[in-house]
Design a binder for this molecule. Sequence first.
Ligand code: SAM
Length: 236
Amino acid sequence: MAGTLYIVPVPIGNLGDITQRALAVLAQVDIIACEDTRTTRQLLKLLNIQPRQCISYHEHNEKQRASLLIQRLLQNLNVALVSDAGTPILSDPGYVLVTQAIEHNISVVPLPGPTAFVPALIASGLPPVPFVFVGFPPHKKRRKKFLQYMLSFPATVVCYESPHRLLKLLAELEQLDAGNRRACIARELTKYHEEFLRGSVSELHLLLQQRSTIKGEVVVVLEGAPSKATNEANVP
Ligand code: SAM
């Protein structure tokens, strides 16, 4: 019999967001596969958990580590996958491991828990359903195409972006005729300086240009493209 692969979300800022179930799983599993073992060890210390074994599993060793972890799972060991913050696999490593576990008929148990895009979406004031989560826009190659694609969905769009590329992103969206789209920037979610900035893309661009720096982590929520049905309904 094989072990179980648990996918365990961890807080994105506020330690109080760890779930009882996550605590129990992290305390019990044989191996914790961590994006960065130092970051996870610090977290486990704060949570008073003594891990049996932590091993690194990050984007640069993902394939090789996935094979090793599959071997361990097939030897009936239980494994928890965590990332530095939030839910693994969502703009974080883990997809390779999960697909391989499924191929080997290993039981995959995902725990619900912290992630950045859900709180950003539900507090944005934009329609929460339907929505599309697109992760990080690419930095250079294909960025424009990606943004055009992102703007084409008739659904609220949620993306991640680094704070130092945020002004660039807003300027690019304006250049792509999305300046009037409603948007929300959710910054430092669950942390002391949590902030929601709401307005049109152009208004938010202007507002943020007036700040000397943009600190912390951000999620961008953007109004979707007008749906075909809406367009047709609007035709006089
Ligand atoms: N797997 C994580 C999740 O479930 O949200 C996301 C990891 S991704 C590498 C990191 C990005 O998530 C950041 O650049 C930011 O866009 C977003 N993020 C993470 N924590 C955040 C926070 N506390 N406030 C706002 N955005 C956050």
